[in-house]
Design a protein around this ligand. Structure first.
Ligand SMILES: Cc1ncc(COP(=O)(O)O)c(C=O)c1O
Length: 404
């Protein structure tokens, strides 16, 4: 064969040679939009739904490896990774499936964007959302009987007030009434709760948070053991294209490796920070489920037997927005940013971020005051974290200038 042109060789040179002899320890970042079949018949089979990779919008090996790792921690299941946690929430809801006339029974204190998704995207399509306090299982039972929802959507540990649902009881309720139970397990992680083991239809994560853990990836995942749901998710991602790309998938998978180390420390530090801040007397309220004054304290002890219940501490500064802005500006170690789950400690003001879309009345309804801030405890020394929060609280209350 004559030597091919430099234009042809530049495109193909070095590719697709010798891969079979290479055995990387870590799943590589497969930067390829498409995959070859060994034969046209194999490609035909894969495009027809047989296992394998054909086109990166359908799935890619880096994302599949990350998803398999998360599924392993969740106790088994099949899943897909998405471009964000919200893409995962949307995918799970659509795959229930929901059609016009259906009702979703949703926790009233869901992540703000999940509430807005139900109202602004699914609402106009004819799907009605009923929001209620689903930490009260009797309320949930009454509403399921009245509204016969197609799906129930809850978070294991809610944001920012850290309310706890009785997940196993909700799973029984959903099963008895033929409703799908979708559980956003972002805050509890599979280390504290495994909703698929209760019988939940699907578990959802914002992998942007604890799973990736370093604040450098935006990702989501949906896992299920329900074959029909899996089929719908697979079909849906082909048509809607929210698949996670390989670079972020690699970061998520790397993060998962240290999840237990990071998260256990963060949970333990959160208790220490909460106790210290409560003892300081500087705050109108210190919220953590393992503190005796939390409304779900008994449930925390019963359903979280490891003595860990999330790595978030929520504070009520007792003041108005100006006070909170002064507090945020006075923080020196804790970063004022809109996420949780990073190695860094972070402070979020729900009124301008996660729960902005709810408006003042919506926030008041779920118990979020103008003075509420959420601290996502990082892996730093817990006493350094608490000391920074205390100094910011003092300075923002008294308008004391910074020492430097
Ligand atoms: C509980 C929960 N679910 C879902 C999301 C959405 O995740 P993402 O920001 O990755 O879209 C968030 C984001 O903060 C969250 O806190």
């Amino acid at each position: 064969m004559p030597e091919r042109s430099v234009h042809t060789r530049a495109v193909h040179a070095g590719e697709r040679h010798g891969a079979s002899g290479i055995r990387p320890t870590v799943t590589p970042i497969y930067v390829t939009a498409t995959f070859l079949g060994e034969t046209p018949e194999e490609l035909d089979a894969m495009l027809g739904g047989a296992p394998g990779f054909s086109y990166a919008r359908y799935n890619n090996p880096t994302a599949a490896a990350a998803t398999a790792a998360i599924a392993d921690l969740e106790g088994g299941g099949w899943g897909l990774a998405y471009a964000s946690g919200m893409a995962a929430v949307a995918a799970a809801l659509h795959a229930v499936p929901l059609t016009a006339g259906d009702t979703v029974l949703a926790a009233q204190d869901l992540y703000g964007a999940s509430i807005n998704l139900l109202q602004e995207i699914l609402g106009p399509l004819g799907v009605r959302a009923v929001f209620a306090d689903l930490t009260d299982t009797d309320t949930a039972r009454a509403l399921v009987t009245t509204h016969r929802p197609r799906a129930i959507l809850v978070e294991t540990i809610s944001n920012p007030l850290l309310r706890l649902v009785d997940g196993p009881a909700l799973a029984d309720l959903a099963r008895a009434h033929g409703a799908a139970l979708l559980v956003d397990n972002t805050f509890a992680t599979p280390l504290l709760q495994r909703p698929l083991d209760w019988g939940a239809t699907a578990v959802i994560h914002s992998a942007t948070k604890y799973l990736s853990g370093h604040g450098d990836a935006t990702a989501g995942v949906v896992l299920t053991r329900d074959e029909a749901m899996a089929d719908r998710l697979e079909r849906q991602v082909k048509l809607t294209g929210a698949m996670l790309g390989p670079f972020e998938a690699w970061l998520v998978h790397r993060g998962v490796k240290t999840l237990p180390l990071r998260y256990e420390r963060q949970c333990d530090s959160a208790v220490r920070v909460a106790d210290r801040l409560a003892a300081s007397g500087l705050f109108a309220r210190v919220v953590h489920p393992l503190r005796p004054d939390h409304p779900d304290h008994a449930r925390a002890l019963a359903l979280y037997p490891q003595g860990r219940c999330g790595a978030v501490v929520t504070l009520d500064l007792g003041g108005d927005r100006a006070r909170v802005f002064r507090f945020l500006a006075a923080l020196e170690l804790v970063l004022s940013a809109t996420t949780v789950g990073d190695v860094y400690s972070l402070c979020l003001y729900p009124a301008i971020a996660s729960h902005r879309g709810l408006g003042p009345e919506g926030r008041a309804r779920v118990g979020i005051t103008e003075g509420t801030v959420r601290i996502a405890v990082g892996i730093e020394d817990p006493d350094d974290i608490a000391a920074d929060i205390e100094q910011a609280a003092r300075r923002s209350a008294a308008l004391v200038p910074a020492s430097d």
